[in-house]
Design a protein around this ligand. Structure first.
Ligand code: MG
Length: 433
């Protein structure tokens, strides 16, 4: 009965083989949809272009500047394949979509699936992971072992599926970060949260911070995500580049921050520390501390006037190239929109149809009064997917046909539970209610 067929981790299904289901985007604002798609695809494109030179120092990039999306290099990936930044963002998006909301326990479960089983990895396994993220996920597994005993779970799947309200009720601490974790590993995967909650900016900002705290507990990492989440929301809502990069941004949007002041380092960035004409020569760096990365991404956005040039400039700073470009791409993609991302990059991007489909579902399900949509399946056929949007009846909930479909699916589900063929981990997706 699920719709977007996010696989179970044990199926080892590669992202490109995931069945796509069209969302009811015909009832959505097309301009906003273009920005949401631009942001999620922008993240993935930045990651993919930067992947071939990840960890290369500035000197190497000066001698060998990146001009395009290339194969090979650091990870030996085919052009268009992406790394941990996109995998984790897709894990986060899959959780928001599946639970129609913010479930931090499930987010950690999915990050763990990626780390251990290669869930939503472009290669089928986790080949790169930041230290803070790895430490947090190891700690999470230790805490899950305690949950397993406490809830008398028989299998790991049972533990992974404990409802969040039951975990909350026993005071389980979901934030697994060690103290002082201030890398860019939460900022790089952030945008599914503001893309899902953009209609309620203060909630989007608050949950942007909460999403970071799971793996990066330092206040500067949390506040980098709150500030950047606010910028992404403002871009989705159509604010001008001048307004986004204004040193008055936080003051103007004070109500979005729920009176919780930002860390002083983030306030310094928001006041314009990234506005350095000479870029690298003025101190802009592509390194992995969250403040440095934030500055680099904003510098690239501020100093260029198109998506492509900004991606290339931030990558050619060197060092953590894929992540600084992924951070840049989240905001620049939201601002310029999906149509303005170079077509050849979008075409080469691995599992691009899945990423676009996920962006569409984030928009549809983020709407508070979303009505269920009719089950429509296609297999990796975008033109067919687009056709189905015209046939979705958003008022199906009250129809007889819909009720009979639910009943049929419930019976089928009951049958599947007693079948030996049911996967140990059930698939997750959008449930029709
Ligand atoms: Mg990466």
């Amino acid at each position: 009965m699920s719709m977007v067929q996010f696989p179970s981790p044990q199926e080892n299904l590669l992202p490109e083989d995931i069945i796509l289901v069209e969302s009811a985007t015909n009832s959505q604002d097309a301009t906003v949809l273009d920005r949401i798609k631009g942001s999620l695809v922008g993240l993935a494109v930045g990651d993919a272009v930067g992947a071939s030179v990840e960890f290369r120092p500035r000197d190497y990039l000066v001698a060998n500047p990146v001009h395009d999306m290339m194969s090979g290099g650091t990870w030996g990936l085919k052009a268009g394949k992406w790394t941990d930044d996109t995998s984790m963002a897709l894990c986060l998006a899959s959780s928001l979509i599946t639970h129609k909301g913010f479930n931090p326990y499930d987010q950690m479960v999915r990050y763990k699936w990626w780390y251990k089983d290669g869930y939503l990895s472009s290669t089928g396994y986790c080949f790169d992971i930041g230290k803070a993220t790895r430490d947090s996920l190891e700690e999470f597994q230790r805490r899950q072992n305690q949950l397993k005993k406490l809830f008398k779970c028989r299998t790991q799947s049972d533990v992974d599926q404990i409802p969040f309200d039951r975990i909350k009720a026993i005071g389980f601490d979901i934030n697994c970060s060690q103290s002082g974790a201030a890398g860019n590993g939460a900022l790089m995967r952030l945008n599914p949260v503001p893309l899902f909650f953009y209609r309620k900016p203060s909630q989007a900002v608050d949950l942007s911070g909460a999403s970071a705290r799971l793996t990066h507990g330092d206040e500067v990492a949390v506040d980098a995500c709150r500030y950047y989440g606010a910028l992404i929301v403002a871009a989705i809502l159509g604010e001008s580049k001048g307004d986004l990069l204004s040193d008055q941004f936080c003051q103007i949007h004070m109500s979005w921050f729920n009176s919780q002041k930002l860390d002083s380092d983030i306030l310094r960035v928001a006041a314009g520390s990234f506005k350095k004409r000479r870029g690298y020569d003025d101190g802009i760096r592509g390194k992995g501390h969250v403040v440095t990365s934030l500055e680099a991404a904003l510098w690239a956005f501020w100093s260029t006037n198109n998506f492509k040039e900004g991606v290339l400039n931030v990558i050619n700073l060197g060092d953590d190239t894929d992540t600084t470009a992924a951070i840049y791409g989240q905001l620049a993609g939201a601002y310029y929109g999906y149509d303005k991302i170079p077509n050849d990059w979008k075409d080469k991007l691995y599992a691009n149809k899945l990423i676009v489909c996920i962006a569409e579902w984030l928009q549809v399900l983020g709407q508070p009064d979303t009505q269920p949509v009719q089950r429509q399946r296609t297999s990796r056929n975008v033109s067919a997917i687009q056709q189905t949007t015209n046939h979705i009846d958003v008022n199906l909930q009250s129809s007889r046909e819909f009720k009979s479909m639910i009943s049929e699916n419930l019976q089928q589900n009951h049958h599947e539970k007693s079948s030996k063929t049911v996967p140990r981990y059930p698939r997750s997706g959008i449930l029709i209610q």
